[in-house]
Ligand binder design. Structure first.
Ligand code: HEM
Length: 446
C-alpha cells in the first residue's frame, strides 16, 4: 500500500484537494525558468493550473503563487503575525536593522516612525527639490537625437532621495552618487543569493559589496555627526533626523548601524524602482501621441488629474516589481479554500493580476482613462504591493513621478512614433526596466 505522505502530489489531484496544484517539472527546471524567464513561465503555469499553484524553486523553496484577486485580498488583509516577510528578503542586501528584516510589532513601530517623512506635508516640501533636480539633469539633453532616458532618471531619483531622506549635500552627496549606482547594480543581482559559509576574497561579489558598504557607512556616520551638531535637529523632518531622535522601549537611542541599514534600504528601494517606472512612462508616451497630447494640454493648463491616471496606468501595464512575497508563520494558514502549511512561501504575482482581462479589459492596451478620477487600490492594482507591508514610499514615488513628468513636459516636446516597436522588459534582479533604456527624442519648447 502507498504511504500517502510519500505519494507523488502530481498524481493525487482531486477536486477537493487542500493543497494548491503543484507544478510538476523537476525543481531545477522550475528554478531555471523562475530565474531566467519568470514572466513567460508564470503565464504558462497560470494557463495550466489557474490563479493559484505551487512551485518548488531554489532559494524560496516550496512556494504558493497567487494571482486570484480574492486570494490576493486575503493575503493583503492578513496580519503581519500570520504572514511575515518572505525569506530571504532585501535585508540580505540592506542589513538586519532595515525595515525589510523586521516583523510583527517591531515592523509596525518602524513604519510608524518613518511615515511622517514619506507622506503629506513632507512630500509638498520635496517638490521643489524634485523640480530643481529635473531641470539640472535635463539642461544638457540632446535635441533631435535619440538617447536613453533611464540613466538621467536614475540620477534624478538618486539625488532626490539622498537630499530628502538623508539630508545629504556637498561632498557627501557627491561621494554617495559615486558609490550607490555600482553597488545597487551588483546588489540587485546578488540580493537573493545566499553568501557562502566560508570567507570570500575582496574581489568576489560579496567582498565588493562589503567594500561599498564600508564606504557608505563612513559617509552616513559623518552625516550623523553633522546632524547631531545641528541645533535645528529637533525640527528636521528628514528620515535621518527622525531615526536619530527616536528612542527604543528602554529609552536608548537606535544603534548607529541600524540607522545606516535603514537609510540604505530607503535609498536602495526608493530610487531605481522610481527611475524604472519613469523610464517605462516615457517609453509608453513615445508610442501614444494621443495620451501625450492630452498630458501636455493639461500641464499647460496647470492640472494633474490625467497625469496621475497616466502614472497609475503606466505602473499597471509595465509592472516594475512583478512579485511580492510573504512567509506563513501560523499553523495551517487558510487562503480561501486552501490550507497553506507553516513556513511556506506565498508569492503574489503582481504582473498577472495587472494582466487579467477580467479585471482590466484589453489589458495590453495603454489607456490612462481607466484610472481617471479614481484612486487605484489592491487587490486589482498592486504596483506597490498591499497590506501591512505595502510600499511605504508609494506616495513619495507618485509625487516624484508627477513632478518629473510635469517638469519635462513643460520644457520639452517629446517626439512620438506610434510605429516604434515596444521595448522589451529586462529583469535587473529586483526591478523590470525597458530593455533599451527608454529611448527618446526631445526638443526644447520655446
Ligand atoms: C515606482 C516606484 C516604486 C515601486 C514600483 C515600489 C514597489 C514596491 C513593492 C511592490 C514593495 C513590496 C510591497 C509588499 O510586500 O506588499 C515595496 C516595498 C517597499 N518599498 Fe517601494 N516601490 C517604489 C518606490 C519606493 C520609494 C520611493 C521608497 C522609499 C522612499 C520605497 C521604499 C520601500 C520600502 C522601505 C519597502 C518595504 C516596506 C515594508 O516592508 O514594510 N519604495 N515597494
Amino acid at each position: 500500500m502507498t504511504d500517502p505522505a510519500m505519494a507523488n502530489p502530481c498524481e493525487t489531484s482531486t477536486p477537493n484537494r487542500l493543497n494548491p496544484p503543484p507544478v510538476c517539472s523537476p525543481k531545477l527546471l522550475q528554478g531555471v525558468r523562475f530565474a531566467v524567464s519568470r514572466r513567460k513561465a508564470m503565464r504558462n503555469w497560470i494557463k495550466r493550473h489557474g490563479h493559484i499553484y505551487e512551485i518548488n524553486v531554489p532559494i524560496f523553496g516550496q512556494s504558493v503563487v497567487v494571482s486570484d484577486p480574492a486570494l490576493v485580498r486575503s493575503v493583503c488583509t492578513a496580519s503581519n503575525e500570520q504572514l511575515i516577510n518572505v525569506q530571504p528578503n532585501l535585508s540580505n542586501l540592506f542589513g538586519p536593522g532595515a525595515i525589510f528584516g523586521l516583523d510583527g510589532s517591531r515592523h509596525r513601530d518602524r513604519r510608524r516612525l518613518l511615515a511622517p517623512a514619506l507622506h503629506g506635508r513632507s512630500l509638498k516640501n520635496y517638490e521643489k527639490v524634485i523640480e530643481d533636480e529635473t531641470l539640472r539633469e535635463s539642461a544638457n539633453w540632446p535635441e533631435n537625437n535619440e538617447f536613453r532616458i533611464l540613466e538621467p532618471m536614475n540620477r534624478i531619483t538618486l539625488d532626490v532621495i539622498l537630499r530628502t531622506i538623508l539630508g545629504a549635500d556637498g561632498a557627501e552627496l557627491e561621494e554617495l552618487c559615486e558609490i550607490v549606482p555600482p553597488w545597487m547594480t551588483l546588489g540587485s543581482i546578488m540580493a537573493f543569493v545566499p553568501a557562502p559559509p566560508f570567507r570570500t576574497g575582496r574581489h568576489s561579489p560579496w567582498g565588493k559589496l562589503a567594500e561599498f558598504r564600508n564606504a557608505f557607512d563612513r559617509i552616513v556616520l559623518t552625516l550623523i555627526a553633522h546632524a547631531e551638531a545641528d541645533p535645528g535637529l529637533g525640527e528636521r523632518v528628514d528620515v535621518l533626523a527622525l531615526l536619530l531622535r527616536s528612542r527604543r522601549d528602554d529609552g536608548t537611542p537606535m544603534p548607529r548601524l541600524d540607522i545606516c541599514d535603514e537609510v540604505f534600504a530607503l535609498i536602495g528601494a526608493g530610487h531605481e524602482s522610481t527611475a524604472s517606472a519613469l523610464g517605462w512612462a516615457f517609453e509608453r508616451l513615445r508610442r501614444h501621441p494621443d495620451v501625450l497630447a492630452e498630458l501636455v494640454r493639461e500641464v499647460d493648463e496647470g492640472g494633474n488629474e490625467f497625469r496621475r491616471a497616466t502614472i497609475s496606468e503606466s505602473l499597471r501595464v509595465r509592472t516594475v516589481i512583478d512579485v511580492f512575497g510573504r512567509r506563513v508563520s501560523s499553523p495551517n494558514y487558510a487562503l480561501g479554500e486552501w490550507r497553506i502549511p507553516d513556513d511556506r512561501t506565498v508569492l503574489v504575482r503582481i504582473a498577472d493580476v495587472h494582466e487579467n482581462p477580467e479585471i482590466f479589459p484589453c489589458p495590453e492596451r495603454f489607456d490612462p482613462h481607466r484610472f481617471r478620477g479614481t484612486r487605484p487600490a489592491a487587490p486589482a492594482w498592486l504596483a506597490f504591493g498591499g497590506g501591512a507591508r505595502r510600499c511605504i514610499g508609494a506616495d513619495f514615488a507618485i509625487t516624484e513621478m508627477d513632478v518629473v513628468l510635469r517638469t519635462v513636459l513643460r520644457n520639452f516636446r517629446v517626439q512620438t512614433d506610434p510605429a516604434a516597436p515596444d521595448e522589451k522588459s529586462y529583469f535587473r534582479g529586483v526591478a523590470h526596466i525597458p530593455k533599451l533604456g527608454g529611448r527618446l527624442i526631445v526638443n526644447r519648447r520655446s
